[in-house]
Write a protein that binds this ligand. Structure first.
Ligand SMILES: [Zn+2]
Length: 331
């Protein structure tokens, strides 16, 4: 879509912001995961979900300067018809609970006055262990084996980088349907088959409970991202309920405060939420839930299945995507 020069000229001309003032209100909820000085340092585990600290800082400066950062509680009031929001309202969210959320992102967000939501995977905090997609990714990318025997007579070659990713995707499809103990056993079985040890990062990668509490004390919102990060739409209804309720209870115990915001993990398979999970989330006591379905949140949308926007890895790209979203276009 267009070239960088045209995009930049349109943004600088002021035409896009002018038009978006007349196209009705919506909210852009941005979905981040991790912020690191050197994203390549965790390429074998987190992969493409890391933003560089420099780009993240500049993206947040763009949000502070050209958009209006609001809290998720304000969005809930907006959806309930109890509050109007400023034009071009943006919510910043983080999934999973990485240590850099506290150690890097917080210190960029707070001075700019941007409130954020941090959705924490409880088991990953409690056991100081990466979410399972990163463990599987590490196993498939570092294995010295030439193939992975998914089943008798079903070998996946592991020669090229592309083949390793294909096998990783295949294993992820299976693992995303598992939660709790069986999920952990599956990850260990893959590590055994591939002859790899769990990753040993040079720095602590998940937040501690004290850091999670620190985010709350800094005025940010802490939400739930399940216990063990399954695809909630593919586990049984009772497993889905246990993941959503267990995480809410544990977070409320650790934070000594209500936790009413939920984020659906989205590993491997679509959909990642269903009507019955929306009902269950409401019964359990969540007031909002975010998905990874793309687009703006509009006033008539269900608070328990909110859309989000994936932020690009460039500063101009983020501004362009937000301006276009507020114009009602998807790019
Ligand atoms: Zn996640």
């Amino acid at each position: 879509m267009g070239n960088a020069w045209i995009k930049k000229s349109l943004i600088r001309s002021g035409v896009l912001p002018l038009i978006s003032r007349f196209t009705g209100h919506g909210v852009a909820i941005l979905m981040y995961h991790s912020v690191m000085n050197d994203p390549a340092s965790e390429e074998l585990t987190l992969g493409g979900i890391i933003h560089s600290t420099k780009v993240f800082r500049e993206q947040m400066e763009v949000v502070a300067r050209y958009f209006n950062a609001v809290s998720l509680d304000d969005v809930l009031l907006f959806l309930q018809g109890k509050k109007t929001l400023p034009a071009k309202a943006v919510v910043i969210t983080f999934d999973d609970g990485y240590a850099d959320n506290y150690q890097a992102a917080k210190d960029i967000l707070s001075p700019l006055g941007i409130p954020a939501v941090f959705y924490v995977t409880v088991d990953c905090i409690e056991r100081q262990r990466l979410p399972w997609p990163s463990l599987l990714r590490h196993a498939f990318l570092t294995s010295k084996k030439n193939s992975w025997p998914e089943a008798p007579g079903m070998e996946w070659p592991l020669i090229s980088a592309q083949q390793r990713i294909q096998a990783f995707d295949r294993a992820s499809e299976h693992c995303s349907k598992l939660s709790g103990g069986p999920q952990g056993e599956y990850v260990e079985s893959i590590q055994q088959q591939l002859g790899t040890a769990p990753p040993r990062p040079t720095q602590r990668l998940m937040m501690t409970w004290e850091e999670v509490r620190g985010l709350g004390r800094s005025g940010h919102t802490v939400g739930s991202h399940t216990m063990t990060h399954p695809n909630i739409a593919y586990v049984t209804e009772s497993e889905a309920r246990a993941e959503m309720l267990g995480a809410k209870n544990k977070l409320e115990q650790e934070l000594a405060a209500p936790v009413v915001h939920f984020s659906y993990p989205c590993p491997a398979l679509q959909p990642h939420w269903r009507e019955h999970t929306v009902s269950a989330s409401r019964e359990i006591g969540y007031q909002t839930a975010v998905t990874t379905n793309g687009g703006l949140v509009r006033r008539h949308h269900n608070p328990l299945s909110l859309r989000r926007i994936r932020p690009t890895k460039t500063v101009d790209g983020l501004r362009w995507n937000l301006e276009c979203a507020f114009l009602g276009r998807t790019v």
